[in-house]
Design a protein around this ligand. Sequence first.
Ligand SMILES: Cc1cc2nc3c(=O)[nH]c(=O)nc-3n(C[C@H](O)[C@H](O)[C@H](O)COP(=O)(O)O)c2cc1C
Length: 208
Amino acid sequence: MKQFALLAVTLLMGTTCFAQTQNLPKPNLQRKTLTVMETFQQRKSIRDYSPKKLSEQDLSDLLWASMGVNRENGNLTAPTAMNRQEIRLYVFDDKGVSQYDPKAHSLTQVATGDHRDIVAGRQAFAKEAPVSLLMVGDFDKFGSKNEHAQAMVAMDAGYVSQNIDLFCAAAGLATVPRATMDVKALQELLGLNENQVPLLNNPVGYPK
Ligand SMILES: Cc1cc2nc3c(=O)[nH]c(=O)nc-3n(C[C@H](O)[C@H](O)[C@H](O)COP(=O)(O)O)c2cc1C
């Protein structure tokens, strides 16, 4: 009986661990989108979202465009100062929060439950989007938190956010770059230390 209980617990733990990492479908590099010039023409902040969920392929393409690996040397679609790759990208949806792993092109769950409200902060419209992407600057990974480092890390987050903006414009999705959010609540939820700082977020959905 004791052995059976142990086996059941081991199996359950195995299932739970397995369920925490989700491999994304390969990004569709042949995806039909607007041209670069049409994309710039369409880029704008949109704050009204349909509740329609993003497909797995949409999410995969969105995350890869944001800061996926695009070369064999492991570099990303978004540049980073000194190639420190210190921006963490979190995905919030109605089921939980996951962190994007660019190398594996996968999502690892870090919290369960709907926490889009703390990304939205005082701007309620933002929690209507099916997903919110949060950019966190990891100053430990960058190697410094001096004034220069703070400017570099903020710029690097801006590049990721702009990649999100441009992918959304090209693919007919809606987004807005935002600095508004409940930073303290996010740090608590994600277990961040003082060197891991939420900098920007983008709610993403289909336009209403
Ligand atoms: C760094 C940054 C922070 C922003 N923060 C917010 C924000 O907290 N809330 C919001 O609704 N829009 C925010 N915006 C969006 C701007 O309000 C928007 O880009 C600006 O009004 C110009 O409109 P457009 O993006 O349609 O050209 C932010 C934009 C940037 C670049």
